[in-house]
Design a protein around this ligand. Structure first.
Ligand SMILES: [Mg+2]
Length: 241
């Protein structure tokens, strides 16, 4: 069950070591050391409030900057999303859109605290995972950091790798994954990717990561090692990953 979350009071102080199981912990040696999390619809539920607002903002942006009416802007937004995997890529390719300008203006949520729906056990679940944790999202950095703050888990992550860091090559493009590995000095075989997107998990699997789908069990398991209904179940998989 998801609910709106108050900001958390027990966050780590900046620069302190990330929590992890002690070296003698039974799961330590058999566990992967690096957990790579998608953000939207993985660490929180963006569908009820955030995605509709985001889609509306993107449609308004397309209408204003391409110079079309709203119905045509909505068509263009969904067409570019389907063709390129992201509306932004179509705007960059066909309209010379500045990606930073687009991302800033389409990811403004003054009432984010009331829109983010997180699992009440999220923080507890993350604390039980031994090793480094990184967010890898197709969303912009300012938005990712704001969501993590609302969820009360900012201090549990060792890195936030976003669309800007991929140089606008969003998942499932392997280019962004390879930049992530380089930036953090990690090997894909050390990593578990936790995601709601089957396409993104397929790339992760092909690159050598272990994979966990967050959501209903898929019809096809290509690229999926395990599936969980929500991220709070992740600790139950530690021994199997
Ligand atoms: Mg997602």
């Amino acid at each position: 069950m998801l609910r709106h979350l108050p900001s958390h009071r027990n966050q780590r102080t900046p620069g302190s070591a990330p929590p992890c199981a002690p070296p003698g912990h039974a799961s330590w040696h058999s566990s992967p050391r690096i957990w790579v999390f998608d953000l939207d619809n993985t660490l929180h539920d963006a569908s009820p409030h955030i995605f509709p607002r985001m889609n509306h903002a993107m449609t308004a942006y397309v209408a204003r900057h391409v110079g079309v009416d709203e119905p045509r802007a909505n068509e263009l937004r969904t067409y570019y999303w389907r063709r390129y995997g992201a509306t932004l890529l179509g705007l960059m390719r066909h309209h010379g859109t500045d990606p930073h300008h687009f991302l800033w203006h389409t990811h403004q949520f003054p009432d984010l605290g009331r829109m983010v729906l997180g699992h009440p056990a999220l923080r507890h679940a993350l604390l039980r995972l031994p090793g480094r944790k990184i967010v890898f999202s197709n969303s912009p950095e300012h938005y990712c950091r704001a969501v993590l703050k609302v969820l009360g888990v900012s201090d549990l992550f060792d890195g936030v790798f976003t669309i800007e860091h991929t140089r606008f090559r969003p998942k499932p493009d392997p280019t962004g994954f390879l930049r992530l590995f380089r930036r953090h000095g990690i090997h894909p075989r050390q990593c578990v990717m936790i995601e709601d997107s089957l396409d993104n998990l397929l790339t992760a699997k092909r690159l050598g990561m272990r994979t966990v789908l967050v959501g209903a069990p898929p019809r096809r398991f290509l690229g999926v090692d395990h599936a969980i209904v929500d991220v709070s179940r992740l600790p139950s998989l530690i021994r199997r990953l």
